[in-house]
Design a protein around this ligand. Structure first.
Ligand SMILES: Cc1cc2nc3c(=O)[nH]c(=O)nc-3n(C[C@H](O)[C@H](O)[C@H](O)COP(=O)(O)OP(=O)(O)OC[C@H]3O[C@@H](n4cnc5c(N)ncnc54)[C@H](O)[C@@H]3O)c2cc1C
Length: 419
């Protein structure tokens, strides 16, 4: 099989890179072995919330410019502030064109609300999810928090505790329907995706509205866990039209309905543009000629190779097994790319769970064009994008999705501009 570009990994980075390349007319394939971090997403995309020294960031682009002086190893610094700004301005439109309606400003972070009710700075949030300009500026004074009976991945009491700190009055409502009884019989089935399937049916959406309508009438707003809209786009709109007060969604613990929907939408957009998507297949190894990747081999296609002019490594970090930790080194298993890590394993992590974990900044070595480096040499037709890049702390710095989105667009441009 011959393509212009083959992308290894179908998470946010791989999909966005594939979309940009197919939009430009390239014949592109994505091989992805499984679920991506999007399935665990908050429904918000972070660009930069904190500098590596812990300083809070209001203006992500200003923060990115500062990284160029203080942290030259950070992917944003490698790509340069100017091009980061270009891609930060382009990314929301790419997401919207794929059917992911997002709002936010790369010059000014807003707050998303976590499943525990905490406010966290972020860049883009999927429309319909509760956001605020600042933690103490939620758009209501009296709110009703609804939950499905027996659903344990959403915590109305914790959320209320946080809201009350801002003087907000909270009440609760409980949801139950005959169709939910079936999944309630087995507590491990009471997960957001299964519940959302129930509410994909029109009559259940109507019944849901009927159950929360009275509670909503006594409040300025109603909050619902993200348990609607798995397989239909209009659930929130339909529900909102049936209620007397504004309805907002809050993310739940995984699986994440907004994340699954985003993954499906990106996949659909890539295919609609003519891209070929090989899901459930793993890239195992590569062959090289003249210092370039010539072909790759996958588990499902055996000795039938994927050949391409260029390849993109977007296989993620440890979470997606794009990187693997052995007792003494960090391995990138497909290309055996050089990796950035400290030799002393005791320095890889701290026992303080929420502390800054050094291993999070480990990743694949690249040059300034994000060519992957192997045995000390940059491979001219192999690029790295996304969570597997070295030099950043996605959680502490609040920059996970931003690095994936911006590096994907950067790499696509490098490929399009290469000879
Ligand atoms: C649990 C979790 C939750 C997160 N939530 C958020 C959030 O809410 N907001 C935010 O801004 N950031 C979040 N992040 C940060 C996250 O890294 C980015 O947001 C982004 O989604 C990562 O996308 P990616 O494509 O770079 O990597 P991934 O999403 O990890 O995708 C990599 C893909 O490559 C595939 N793959 C790996 N090896 C192979 C192989 N050999 N062959 C074929 N396919 C392969 C994997 O199966 C996977 O599909 C989260 C990260 C994690 C781990």
């Amino acid at each position: 099989m011959k393509f212009d570009t083959v992308i290894i990994g179908g998470g946010l980075a791989g999909m966005v890179c594939g979309i940009r390349l197919t939009e430009a007319g390239k014949r592109c394939a994505i091989v992805s072995q499984g679920q991506s971090a999007l399935h665990f997403s908050s429904g918000s995309f972070d660009l930069l919330s904190k500098l590596p020294d812990g300083t809070d960031i209001e203006d992500p682009l200003a923060g990115i410019a500062a990284l160029g002086h203080t942290n030259p190893e950070h992917p944003y610094a490698v790509m340069g502030a100017k091009r980061c700004e270009k891609y930060a301005l382009e990314a929301p439109e790419l997401l919207r064109a794929a059917g992911i309606p997002v709002s936010g400003d790369c010059r000014r972070n807003h707050c998303r609300i976590t499943p525990m009710g905490k406010a966290r700075a972020t860049w883009l949030t999927i429309d319909g999810y509760l956001t605020a300009e600042a933690p103490e500026r939620l758009p209501f004074r009296k709110v009703c928090i609804a939950n499905v009976e027996g659903f344990l991945d959403f915590y109305p009491e914790f959320i209320a505790e946080e809201f009350r700190k801002s003087g907000i009055e909270c009440t609760f409502a409980s949801i139950n329907l005959p169709d939910l009884e079936q999944i309630r019989r087995n507590p491990s089935e009471m997960r957001s995706a299964n519940i959302a399937r129930v509410f994909d049916h029109e009559q259940n959406l109507e019944a849901l509205a009927a159950q929360i309508r009275d509670a909503a009438a006594t409040c300025d707003a109603l909050i619902l866990p993200a348990i609607i809209g798995l397989n239909r786009n209009d659930s929130l709109e339909v529900l909102r039209a049936k209620l007397p007060t504004p309805l907002y969604l809050l993310p739940t613990l995984p699986p994440s309905i907004p994340g699954i929907r985003a993954q499906q939408a990106l996949q659909h957009r890539f295919r609609a543009l003519g891209g070929e998507y090989f899901l459930g297949d793993s890239v195992l190894r590569a062959e090289y000629e003249g210092g370039r990747v010539k072909r790759i081999f996958t588990a499902n296609h055996g000795n039938i190779p994927f050949e391409a002019d260029s390849f993109v490594l977007a296989s993620g970090s440890f979470f997606s097994r794009g990187l693997v930790a052995t007792p003494d080194r960090i391995v990138e298993p497909v290309f055996e790319a050089d990796t950035v890590h400290t030799p002393d394993r005791s320095q890889w992590y701290t026992l303080r769970f929420f502390g800054r974990q050094n291993y999070q900044a480990f990743g694949v070595c690249t040059d300034s064009s994000l060519h992957v480096i192997r045995k000390g040499e940059a491979i001219g037709n192999l690029y790295g994008a996304g969570a597997g890049l070295a030099g950043f702390h996605p959680v502490q710095e609040g920059c996970g999705a931003g690095v994936s989105l911006l590096s994907a667009l950067y790499v696509a441009d490098e490929i399009l501009n290469s000879k």
